[in-house]
Write a protein that binds this ligand. Structure first.
Ligand SMILES: O=C(O)C(=O)C[C@H](O)C(=O)CO
Ligand SMILES: [Zn+2]
Length: 280
């Protein structure tokens, strides 16, 4: 398991490119028949990736659960959101199967003992991207297709940020302890996400970028609004955004990303918006 301790904004000012990447970038989430996990000490958010190819793979495959989480199974005191960003596949939660196509989402409640991933076709394996945070009560495991999400169009072609924010794990859709998650799609020709930028001292945020063409990249902006830096991201990579940092990106093409937030509240619009002219 890859463990990340949190950096503060004063130290961040002096980070080299390599130090920034080591601290915040999650370079690899998918490897055939493995579960890859990054455990961030920012709000104890974890990013998981599982790509089952030749066999069904359990969530705790290769993970010493008691050593890393101090519990008997991973979701004993955690909740989890799952998005499929690959071919069709199935997530089995304590015996109940959820068949998931591309960009379908599943919320898995705290208390789910066994989670097993499989792909319909090894030639087109499913890729399950997951975010998980501590939870203190159980809600209902819920399958959320794109049709059930809240859709919030925003931006415009003139400012190259025409996009739709799709809120899947959100208080208007279902109850969770603290996790909220969604997927933002940029229109062709639009390259900026989350611009104008914001911070939210009340929540951290994890971004997972996908549908970035092989030869393209996203420049993910981080740092305090007065002291910004960037991390170059390639397809299917994630980045940890502490509460003090802006989180915005500019691609060399359009792309899609999944955001996941945890913290003090679940108020999506509780943001400290920053005017573009004030960014440094
Ligand atoms: O494109 C956007 O803008 C977003 O998707 C914003 C994220 O959802 C976010 O940062 C929520 O706090
Ligand atoms: Zn945000």
């Amino acid at each position: 398991m890859d463990i990340r301790y949190s950096a503060n904004p004063e130290h961040f000012k002096r980070f080299t490119t390599e130090e920034m990447r080591k601290e915040f970038l999650i370079e690899k989430l998918f490897e055939a028949d493995k579960v890859l996990v990054t455990y961030s000490h920012v709000d104890r958010m974890c990013a998981f990736g599982c790509m089952p190819v030749s066999r069904a793979v359990a969530l705790d495959d290769g993970i010493d659960c008691y050593h890393n989480f101090g519990t008997n199974y991973i979701l004993e005191r955690r909740e989890m959101g799952v998005f499929n960003v690959g071919g069709a596949g199935t997530v089995k939660c304590d015996g109940t199967e959820y068949h998931m196509g591309f960009e379908d989402c599943l919320y898995i409640t705290k208390g789910t003992k066994e989670v097993i991933f499989s792909s319909d076709d090894p030639e087109k394996p499913a890729k399950f991207y997951m975010a998980s945070a501590p939870a203190h009560c159980s809600y209902t495991t819920t399958f959320i297709p794109m049709s059930k999400a809240n859709h919030r169009p925003c931006g415009s072609p003139e400012t190259a940020n025409d996009r739709v924010i799709n809120q899947f794990i959100h208080p208007d859709v279902l109850k969770t302890c603290q996790l909220s998650m969604g997927l933002t799609q940029l229109k062709k020709g639009s390259v900026w996400n989350t611009m104008p930028a914001h911070t939210h001292e009340r929540r951290m945020e994890l971004y997972f970028y996908f549908e970035i063409p092989e030869d393209q990249a996203v420049f993910h902006m981080m740092g305090t609004p007065q002291e910004t830096r960037h991390i170059v991201m390639h397809n299917e990579q994630a980045v940890i955004g502490p509460s003090w940092s802006i989180h915005s990106g500019c691609g060399t093409s359009n792309y899609t990303f999944i955001w996941a937030m945890v913290g003090e509240n679940q108020e999506f619009d509780d943001m400290d918006n920053i005017a573009i002219k004030d960014l440094r």
